[in-house]
Design a binder for this molecule. Structure first.
Ligand code: NOJ
Length: 551
């Protein structure tokens, strides 16, 4: 029996509002994605993951969902989604959708009902409402801080407070409430019945909470170990929810899949990736790594071991809609890459670390290192998650004027964290035109002039482009794909990694600045033009497997 499709899939993340705009209103939409299915097929991805496309007031880029079983009218209709699912399937591409179960939008009918129904009502019990403290309950129940900055509590007209772990417009759901549990099962069935193949579960480690009084203070909370019994994070009982979901997924043929977005300690990742839980979990270690051989080797080794512990396959991510694009991270000196999560800021032409030294972005170097990293990632056992635009070698757009920014992290920091808009700017499809071919109208986030150099139309003609490299890599990966093992080979140099897959497919990444000599071997693909017998600095090459396969 062949392995389930998702174990070694290339999954391409589409951020729907910034992919392609079919009606010229400046916002990407479902018909826009539909019009680019050929592009996705030519790129050679196995699946597409759509970030939220549901009705939303866009307080958090769509992660504030007002209705989980509908499409934002600005993005299309359910019929459009059906057409997209059918077109992707006809092109042999699977579709994964984002489920956001920790919180709804404050526009969701449940939250509106909760506001109207008042304290003590069943409607309020679907969320986390508490009385305030201090005189007249005017102070929040605790001093907890939301992930986007500021208090995690907001007061409503009748004086009660509700918990929002993220933006004010994202009230947290109460997963102890049976309505909440039943409704998400309905949502999972709704999309599965429409043909969706899998789900990406937003902040999968935060759903269940123990809010028994007295609530701990922020300082007390920080001292509680996150070992499955923490009041707010990574609780063991969240897997009761996923066991129920697993039964839903497994009732379909083929079973629907899920991948957890769980920011948890490495040794707890396998809990989410177990077959009886969500089945796969993101590994974000490469988002935090420098372009450095030792760090890469440790991350790859550790994550393959973790995947083996859960029986799942590993996942690899270099960019997504929440982080500075990897071409840009790797275009800055190590301390400025935000490796510790420190926000990067742009002042004029200078990149600035909040409170740190200033650095000039090395555009070419960043793209070169990003190409090497991507080619390495695409040869690893497991699933590769790509983010729209990385195949174009796109950099972060650093200089979005403040008045155009949308991300709540920018507004709540306030202004200190530049937020995540810079990786969410609509894609350039053509080198000219009103919004570089994104649509007939404008673009909801401003596109810089240098996008012309990264336009699909320009890159498609250039065999040396990053787009050509990704297309070739994805096609070759299909041919070369093999068992989920990896064997390290001693490269004789600390700044060079070399590994072999079970069929003999070999990969060499030279992280250093000196060329690396190769024996007489056939190079199938290289991330920079490589003379025979040499892996140039900051380059990955794929070497032909044993003669049986190669020849
Ligand atoms: C994680 C998502 O990736 C991010 O974009 C969002 O802001 C938060 N979850 C809250 O939903």
């Amino acid at each position: 029996m062949s392995a389930p499709w998702w174990r070694q899939a290339v999954v391409y993340q589409v951020y729907p509002r910034s992919f392609a705009d079919s009606d010229g209103d400046g916002l990407g939409d479902i018909r826009g994605i539909l019009s680019r299915v050929d592009y996705l097929a030519e790129l050679g991805v196995d699946a597409v993951w759509l970030s939220p496309f549901y009705p939303s007031a866009l307080a958090d880029g769509g992660y504030d969902v007002a209705d989980y079983r509908d499409v934002d009218p600005r993005l299309g209709t359910l019929d459009d989604m059906d057409a997209l699912i059918a077109a992707l399937h006809a092109a042999g591409i699977r579709i994964v959708v984002d489920i956001v179960p920790n919180h709804t939008s404050d526009q969701h009918e449940w939250f509106q009902e909760a506001l109207a129904a008042g304290r003590g009502s069943a409607a309020r019990d679907r969320y986390i409402f508490r009385e305030g403290t201090g005189e007249g309950g005017a102070e929040p129940p605790t001093d907890w801080v939301s992930m986007f900055g500021g208090s995690a509590w907001e007061r409503v007209a009748d004086g009660q407070w509700y918990l929002h772990s993220f933006a004010v417009e994202q009230p947290d759901l109460n997963w102890g409430d049976p309505d909440v549990r039943a409704d998400f099962v309905r949502t999972l069935r709704f999309w599965s019945d429409r043909g969706v193949d899998g789900f990406r579960i937003d902040v999968a480690h935060m759903l269940t909470k123990d809010l028994t009084e007295p609530l701990p203070s922020r300082d007390e909370l920080a001292l509680i170990p996150v070992d499955g019994r923490h009041p707010l994070l990574d609780r063991d009982d969240v897997h009761d929810v996923y066991a129920e979901w697993r039964a839903v997924f497994d009732a379909y043929d083929p079973p629907r899949t899920a991948v957890a977005e769980a920011w948890v300690a490495s040794d707890r990742v396998p809990l989410y990736a177990r077959p009886e839980s969500l089945g796969q979990s993101f590994n974000f270690d490469l988002l935090l790594a420098d372009f450095d051989a030792a760090q890469y080797r440790r991350i790859v080794t550790d994550n393959l071991a973790l995947a083996a512990r859960s029986g799942s396959s590993s996942t690899w991510v270099l960019s997504n809609h929440d982080v500075v694009r990897h071409a840009t991270r790797y275009g800055l000196p190590a301390p400025a890459r935000g490796a510790d999560g420190t926000p990067l800021r742009k002042h004029g032409t200078e990149w600035v670390l909040a409170g740190g030294p200033e650095h000039e972005l090395d555009r070419e170097g960043g793209e070169r290192r990003a190409r090497a990293a991507s080619l390495l990632l695409l040869a690893l056992p497991g699933s590769a998650y790509l983010y729209q635009g990385e195949e174009l070698g796109l950099h972060e757009v650093a200089d979005i004027p403040d008045e155009h920014r949308q991300d709540p992290t920018f507004f709540r920091s306030p202004g200190v964290d530049r937020g995540r808009d810079g990786c969410r700017v609509p894609l350039p499809w053509t080198a000219s035109g009103p919004s570089f071919g994104f649509g007939e109208g404008g673009s909801h986030l401003p596109q810089p002039a240098w996008f012309a150099r990264h336009a699909v139309s320009a890159l498609a003609e250039d065999p040396a482009s990053t787009l050509a490299l990704y297309r070739r890599a994805l096609a070759l990966r299909r041919e070369l794909q093999t068992g989920e093992q990896l064997e390290w080979i001693d490269a004789g140099r600390a700044d060079v990694l070399r590994f072999r897959r079970p069929n003999g497919w070999e990969v060499v990444t030279n992280f250093g600045t000196e060329p690396y000599e190769l024996d007489e071997v056939e190079v199938l693909l290289a991330s920079t033009p490589s003379p025979v017998g040499v892996v140039p600095p900051e380059t990955t090459v794929w070497l032909a497997p044993a003669p049986t396969l190669a020849g």
